[in-house]
Write a protein that binds this ligand. Structure first.
Ligand SMILES: [Zn+2]
Length: 274
C-alpha cells in the first residue's frame, strides 16, 4: 500500500468547487478501495489531503478524477461559468497528480485553473519514445480508460473482457518478434518460453487475497487461457461474461500486461533473433 499527503490553498470563491470535488473524490476512492482523508484550516483557505491505496488503484483513481472532476465542477452552483468551472476541475485533479509526485519537493500547492493536467501516471508504463511503440502506447491509454471505468462499474463485463484481451494480445505481439504471425495459444506459449510472463511464485504472491485465499490459485498462463476462452464465448453469448470471473480476476490480467510492458522497456520491443 502506497500513500501520500498534499496541502493546497484556494480562494474563497473556489471553495464550493473544492468541497464538491472532495466529496466525489472520497466516493471514487472508496469504490477503488483507496482511503482519502481531508481537513481544512479554520479560515477555509487551505486543505490537507491524505490518500493511500494500492499503486495500480491510485493510478486508476488519478485517471478517474481527471475525467470526473471537471464535470463535477460544471454542476456546482458557483460564481464561475461552466467553461471556467471545467478548467478549475482540471486544476483540482492536477493537484492530486502533482501531490503524488515524489519529485515535487516540500511545500504547499496552489489551486489554479488549467486547460490540461501537467502529469500523467500510466497504469501500463512503456518506455516512452521507443520507436514503433507510439501506437501501442496510444492503444494502451484507451485500455486504461476502459479499465478505470470498469473498476467503477461503468463498463459492461463484455466490453472490458474484449478490451483486456486486445491489450494483452497487442503487448504480446510487440514483445515477440513482430514478423511471427502466431495465433493466441502459440503467442502465449512463446511469451512463456521467453520468460516474459510473471514468475509463477511472484504472481501467486501479488494476486493473493487474504480474504479469499484460494480465489487466485492460478498461473499467469492459466489466467490468459481463461481470458481467451471467456472472451470467445462472450462473442456468441454476451451474457456469459457477467459470471463474475472478470470482476474477480481483472487485476490478475492487468498484472500480466504490466509485466509484459516492463519487458518491452528492457527489450526495446524485440527479442534477439532466435
Ligand atoms: Zn486471479
Amino acid at each position: 500500500v502506497a500513500g501520500f499527503d498534499y496541502e493546497f490553498s484556494y480562494l474563497p470563491e473556489q471553495r464550493p468547487y473544492v468541497v464538491a470535488c472532495e466529496r466525489i473524490s472520497k466516493v471514487r476512492a472508496r469504490t477503488l478501495l483507496c482511503s482519502w482523508r481531508t481537513s481544512h484550516d479554520e479560515g477555509g483557505r487551505t486543505a490537507t489531503y491524505s490518500v493511500s491505496g494500492q499503486t495500480r488503484r491510485l493510478d486508476l483513481l488519478g485517471r478517474v478524477l481527471e475525467l470526473d472532476l471537471p464535470l463535477v465542477c460544471q454542476g456546482v452552483d458557483g460564481a464561475l461559468s461552466p467553461g471556467r468551472a471545467f478548467e478549475l476541475g482540471v486544476g483540482i485533479a492536477d493537484l492530486f497528480l502533482v501531490g503524488r509526485d515524489i519529485n515535487r519537493g516540500e511545500g504547499r500547492l496552489v489551486l489554479r485553473s488549467r486547460k490540461e493536467t501537467s502529469l500523467y501516471y500510466p497504469v501500463y508504463e512503456l518506455a516512452s519514445g521507443r520507436a514503433g511503440l507510439a501506437m501501442l502506447e496510444a492503444r494502451l491509454r484507451i485500455s486504461e480508460d476502459v479499465l478505470a471505468d470498469y473498476a467503477l462499474g461503468r463498463v459492461e463485463d463484455t466490453v472490458a473482457l474484449e478490451e483486456l484481451h486486445t491489450a494483452v494480445e497487442k503487448v504480446m505481439r510487440a514483445a515477440v518478434a513482430a514478423e511471427q504471425r502466431l495465433n493466441w495459444p502459440e503467442l502465449r506459449r512463446r511469451c512463456g518460453t521467453l520468460g516474459l510472463l510473471p514468475n509463477a511464485e511472484e504472481y501467486a504472491l501479488v494476486t493473493h487475497d487474504a480474504e479469499a485465499p484460494n480465489a487466485h490459485a492460478h498461473t499467469p498462463d492459466g489466467v490468459l487461457s481463461e481470458l481467451a476462452e471467456r472472451r470467445n464465448r462472450a462473442k456468441h453469448e454476451p451474457r456469459s461474461a457477467t459470471d463474475g470471473w472478470l470482476r474477480t480476476h481483472w487485476e490478475c490480467v492487468a498484472i500480466i500486461i504490466e509485466t509484459l510492458t516492463n519487458h518491452l522497456g528492457t527489450l526495446g520491443g524485440r527479442n534477439p533473433p532466435t
